[in-house]
Design a binder for this molecule. Structure first.
Ligand SMILES: [Cu+2]
Length: 658
């Protein structure tokens, strides 16, 4: 295996001079000339694929590329002992004909330079596209009812209004066959944070193919809130800066990157930036006594749903599916050196296809860096007064997506003790609602579904549900799923002190029995077990999913959002691997009425014993807004850990040097 130390030039230029520390930027990671089967399509491949699709006789004039990505080869081919299927390069395209409201899927064979398949997919809507925004604004601003609603609120210059676009969220079934977008209006005059100045009461639903307003709502004017604090240093004022804290790696970073492959300490993995899922990890393994043992084949954010809890006519429909309706990867914001990422980070560009199919570069889309991890392990022997202690180092690879007002960072954190952690950071601007009152009466009084966070501004309660698709291959693809519950032993002769506790491990044998909830009272965790592999102590090797903070949904069981985001009904799911089962709310959640995706795939109850198992973990944040989160939210963390359970025979970090 040849690994190129791509950071070297960046390190020599930037990192030896502590005073001018700055992240190194990688436009392209040099790798092997032959792409690995999972490498994303290069700019040249995207151009070729888009050209072939556009030249196909079925391609409608004026059609848009809702998606153009690598069609990942079959897992068995990638894992073949010969080193995968390097010859096979295919592209997968989703095409939207916006004029006729039709959706097509195409597969392009790049080797043979031909469109291998072309299929119309009926009754679905692909992601919201940037190219649709101008049409939406034009239709809304030309509507006389909307114009009158603005004038009624004292807004004469319509250029002062910022239109924000939304997927429709909940929608009446009678509109289902149209391609729809919603427009929310804000006053941007004199404020960069227009989200703080909602033009409340006005809702517009637009048929995009007909370029027509199909529903206009005005529930009545309320005062437009005064401009919120700007976020730049001049406006906020600055406190005395703390003394300098320097992060330096004078000898360079300890990780190496070759193409999309990362090697750090004993971890080996590949990463890609996918326009829909954002950062994806592939073939994650750990080097143990000279061989790399597999843990995960693929790990990614499969869907997100953010239902808002205000029943108001202009709010009840709001539930953003940030992965399937908008595309978390396409909405990655450039990582800023020294703020978004520490000075020792390496920032890596990503190449994606635009709505026109043409490749473009997303600068600094992915960040990777090492950081101090606190204490790794320690014991002070009080008798001999000797100390054995090790400091932990962590490797973080991450991206940040900005979906309208909200910013999410998704961090995968690799630890030296075999733990892989997912840490999501939620920040940005809460979505607020204009109200009549400038002050609240007592602690949160007056608004049962939200909290006043500023004068005339309520931030409605809402929840964020993430679903991570974790395709485990613990020591190979054949795995089983166990649940671990701890309970107190009954008092009695076998437990005379009443202190006994037992952990009971139960096999979750099918996709039905594997639909589970977190349980604090039994300290519940789940393990993905290889029953054919053992460690030196005779334990079957496994990785355990340890939940972090979680929530249950408050939307009614029969509500549309619970059907559309059926994955939020359970925290833990497991299914047999199927290459086309990728997204928890289905391939096309936009405007769906629900019923598809994960709940359907799991409903036939296939066996999970000794199968290629995919785990789907739902984690939720219940967000009850506070004034301290306005005008911008300090970061909230939510995540989970994958920890080895009998995967090793002793502490795998014993060999970390002092
Ligand atoms: Cu929130």
């Amino acid at each position: 295996m040849s690994i190129v130390q791509i950071c070297r030039c960046g390190l020599m230029l930037g990192f030896l001079i502590p005073a001018v520390l700055g992240a190194s930027q990688l436009a392209q990671t040099p790798g092997p000339a032959q792409p690995y089967p999972l490498d994303p399509l290069s700019a040249a491949e995207l151009t070729a694929a888009a050209g072939l699709v556009r030249a196909a006789p079925q391609f409608p004039a004026g059609a848009l590329f809702a998606s153009l990505v690598l069609k990942e080869p079959a897992k068995a081919d990638v894992l073949a002992p010969a080193g995968g299927a390097p010859g096979l390069r295919q592209a997968f395209a989703v095409i939207l004909d916006p004029k006729r409201n039709r959706t097509f899927e195409a597969v392009v064979d790049l080797q043979q330079s031909r469109v291998a398949s072309w299929t119309e997919v009926k009754g679905v809507q692909p992601v919201v596209l940037e190219a649709e925004y101008d049409t939406l604004v034009r239709v809304v601003k030309a509507d006389t009812r909307w114009q009158a609603a603005m004038r009624k609120r004292g807004i004469d210059n319509l250029d002062d209004v910022q239109i924000d676009y939304w997927a429709v969220g909940q929608v009446a079934a009678r509109y289902q066959t149209r391609r729809l977008l919603r427009a929310v209006s804000y006053l941007k005059a004199g404020a960069t944070n227009f989200y703080g100045r909602p033009i409340e009461g006005v809702g517009v639903l637009v048929d995009m193919a007909a370029a027509q307003v199909v529903e206009f709502i005005d529930t009545g004017a309320v005062p437009i809130p005064p401009a919120s604090h700007e976020l730049d240093e001049k406006s906020t004022g600055v406190r005395a800066a703390p003394k300098r804290l320097t992060i330096e790696q004078p000898d360079g970073a300890s990780f190496t990157i070759s193409g999309q492959e990362v090697s750090w300490q004993k971890w080996r993995f590949r990463y890609t930036m996918h326009p829909r899922e954002g950062l994806v990890l592939h073939t994650v393994g750990y080097e143990d006594e000279g061989r790399v043992r597999s843990i995960l084949y693929r790990a990614s954010l499969s869907e997100m749903a953010v239902p808002y809890g205000d029943p108001d006519r202009n709010w009840g429909w709001r539930s953003a599916f940030d992965v399937g309706e908008y595309g978390m990867g396409r909405l990655a914001s450039p990582i800023e050196a020294n703020t978004d990422a520490p000075p020792n980070a390496t920032l890596i560009d990503a190449v994606m296809a635009g709505d026109d199919g043409q490749p473009y570069t997303l600068p600094g889309a992915v960040g990777i860096y090492e950081r101090d991890g606190g204490l790794l392990w320690k014991h002070y022997d009080s008798y001999s007064k000797t100390n054995q202690s090790r400091r932990a180092r962590e490797l973080v690879i991450f991206f940040i997506a900005t979906i309208g007002n909200y910013d999410y960072s998704i961090n995968w954190v690799f630890h030296q003790d075999g733990v892989l952690e997912l840490d999501s950071e939620l920040t940005g601007i809460m979505l607020p609602k204009g109200v009549r009152d400038a002050k609240t009466k007592g602690h949160g009084a007056g608004y049962p579904s939200g909290h006043l966070v500023s004068a005339n501004l309520v931030a409605p309660h809402h929840q964020h549900f993430f679903n991570f698709r974790l395709d485990f291959d613990v020591d190979g693809p054949r795995n089983s799923v166990h649940e671990m519950n701890t309970r107190a032993m009954p008092s009695g002769p076998a437990n005379p002190w009443g202190t006994g506790m037992v952990m009971e491990e139960t096999r979750l044998a099918s996709e039905i029995t594997a639909q589970r909830q977190v349980n604090l009272s039994s300290a519940r965790t789940w393990s993905i077990v290889n029953s054919a592999a053992q460690n030196a102590l005779g334990h079957h090797t496994s990785y355990i999913l340890v939940p972090g903070v979680n929530s249950i949904p408050y939307a009614a069981t029969a509500s549309q959002v619970r059907r559309r985001a059926g994955f939020i009904n359970r925290h833990f799911w497991a299914t047999q691997y199927r290459p086309d089962e990728m997204y928890a709310a289905g391939a096309y959640p936009n405007q769906s009425l629900g019923g598809g995706g994960l709940p359907r795939w799991a409903s036939n109850g296939e066996s999970l014993s000794g199968q290629d198992v995919v785990v789907w973990y739902t984690m939720g944040v219940t967000h009850i807004p506070r004034p301290e989160e306005w005008p911008i939210m300090p970061v909230t963390h939510v995540g989970f850990k994958l920890i080895p359970g009998g995967f090793f025979s002793r502490n795998p970090a014993l060999d970390v040097p002092r």
